[in-house]
Design a protein around this ligand. Structure first.
Ligand SMILES: NC(=O)c1ccc[n+]([C@@H]2O[C@H](COP(=O)([O-])OP(=O)(O)OC[C@H]3O[C@@H](n4cnc5c(N)ncnc54)[C@H](O)[C@@H]3O)[C@@H](O)[C@H]2O)c1
Length: 392
């Protein structure tokens, strides 16, 4: 591509002004990812971060790093009243999702909403209702881990039919920072802010985006839930209740190509040795595929092969996935990919789909998928309480 061609593509790309509500961990991550936009090849949209809101004025300071930001405010209504803002990314506590998401939608802005898309099923339904009243507001839910190139390869492998008759599948998201009992309480560890679903609200969307997109909506769920650390130091050092589920393993039945199979999703805050490990595995009689961000280049595929000099054997083969995910980038194809690359890819597909240019490429999590995860979590909690599988 010539330099003239690049300049002309940039000139014709749709300008989208982005605002962020919640300038914490994720607000800063998204702001930084948008700065890397020129890495995307031939994207039809040019986003610019123009506005930031946080109720904590100190959190606004970091955004001075980004010279396109013209508005800094502690009241998000100011952003919603600004006609120059096109799309809003919201990254706040779960108990605030419903109010802020519905306000963004009713203001007619596009919305990339953080998971879990409302604190519970009722909140998610209320967001869906606001969307129905405002179809002009394009809405998706955040879930970036499937944009690791290895995850995309695994998804394409399953879609190719290579599994044959499916045997089982698993998608996990595993943390362990909560192994430290001295870690201070925060909003994510309190039911009133995080929600009844606890760790499922925090990590569950990451484990359901791919299964749901592959058509694996569960017909029943058996939930195994643990609250392992029940108290943590509060702001003054004295112990306060830590009442959220730490670990949740959900055993479900789903269907692939007409065959029922056990689908397991795991969300764990306490899985010793894991730091944000996302894993996907699908096994069939003809093939299998595994990917884990623990070794983010590696994808393993299974086949029964004729081995030269040997017989017919079961073989797990290893390949390096490289850097390319859903939207092509200037990054060399053999280079490694990481968390911040997946955030850029999620934004690339979100804005491409809003623009009408995604085609059949893998997209960001849909509102109805996010809402369904709340039904799944509710079934898992009931299952845990009643000691039996719950139909969905
Ligand atoms: N996609 C991911 O990988 C990922 C990772 C972590 C968190 N999250 C999600 O992102 C959301 C935020 O999590 P976080 O870790 O960034 O939290 P955080 O606590 O680091 O940041 C939240 C920010 O929101 C601000 N805030 C609170 N009320 C506000 C209001 N009314 N208006 C504007 N700002 C307000 C707080 O001052 C804080 O700076 C949650 O939904 C969480 O589940 C997603």
């Amino acid at each position: 591509m010539s330099a003239d061609q690049v300049t002309s593509d940039r000139a014709t790309a749709e300008r989208v002004n982005v605002a962020i509500i919640g300038g914490g961990l994720m607000g800063r991550e998204i702001a930084a990812a948008i700065q890397r936009w020129p890495a995307l090849i031939d994207h039809p949209v040019r986003p610019r971060l123009t506005a930031i809101c946080d109720i904590n004025p100190a959190a606004l300071d970091w955004f001075d790093e980004i010279d396109t930001v013209v508005t800094k405010t502690t009241d998000y209504h100011e952003l919603l009243a600004d006609p120059s803002v096109d799309v809003v990314y919201v990254a706040v506590r779960h108990d605030l999702h419903e109010q802020i998401y519905t306000d963004v939608i009713r203001a007619g802005k596009g919305l990339l909403a953080e998971k879990p898309f409302g604190i519970d099923a009722a909140a998610a339904q209320s967001v869906l209702a606001a969307m129905a009243e405002h179809p002009e507001s394009f809405v998706r839910c955040s879930s970036e881990m499937p944009f690791f190139p290895g995850a995309q390869l695994a998804i394409d492998y399953v879609r190719s039919g290579a599994l044959g008759t499916i045997v089982e599948a698993r998608n996990s998201f595993l943390h362990s920072s909560d192994i430290d009992r001295g870690k201070q309480i925060n909003w994510k560890r309190q039911t009133r802010f995080c929600g009844e679903a606890g760790v499922m609200n925090d990590l569950g969307m990451h484990t359901w985006h791919v299964p749901l997109r592959l058509g694996w909506a569960p017909e029943s769920v058996y939930g195994v839930l643990q609250n392992i650390v029940t108290e943590r130091p509060g702001p003054d050092g004295s112990l306060v209740p830590c009442d959220t589920w730490d670990n949740a393993v959900l055993h479900s039945w789903a269907t692939h190509d007409g065959v029922r199979f056990p689908l397991t999703t795991e969300t764990k805050r306490i899985d010793p040795g894991q730091k944000n490990t996302w894993e996907f595995e699908a096994i069939g009689l003809d093939g299998g595929v595994r990917f884990s961000t623990k070794n983010p280049k590696l994808v393993e595929v299974f086949a029964v092969r004729d081995i030269p000099g040997g017989g017919r054997e079961q073989v797990w083969q290893q390949l390096d996935a490289g850097s390319q995910s859903v939207w092509p980038t200037v990054t060399g194809p053999n280079f490694e990919s990481g968390f911040s690359d997946t955030i850029l890819q999620m934004w690339a597909v979100f804005l491409a789909e809003r623009h009408g240019s995604l085609g059949d490429r893998f997209g960001a999590a849909r509102p109805e998928e996010a809402a369904l995860t709340h039904d799944i979590y509710r079934a898992a909690i009931r299952s845990h309480e009643e000691g039996r599988a719950i139909a969905l």
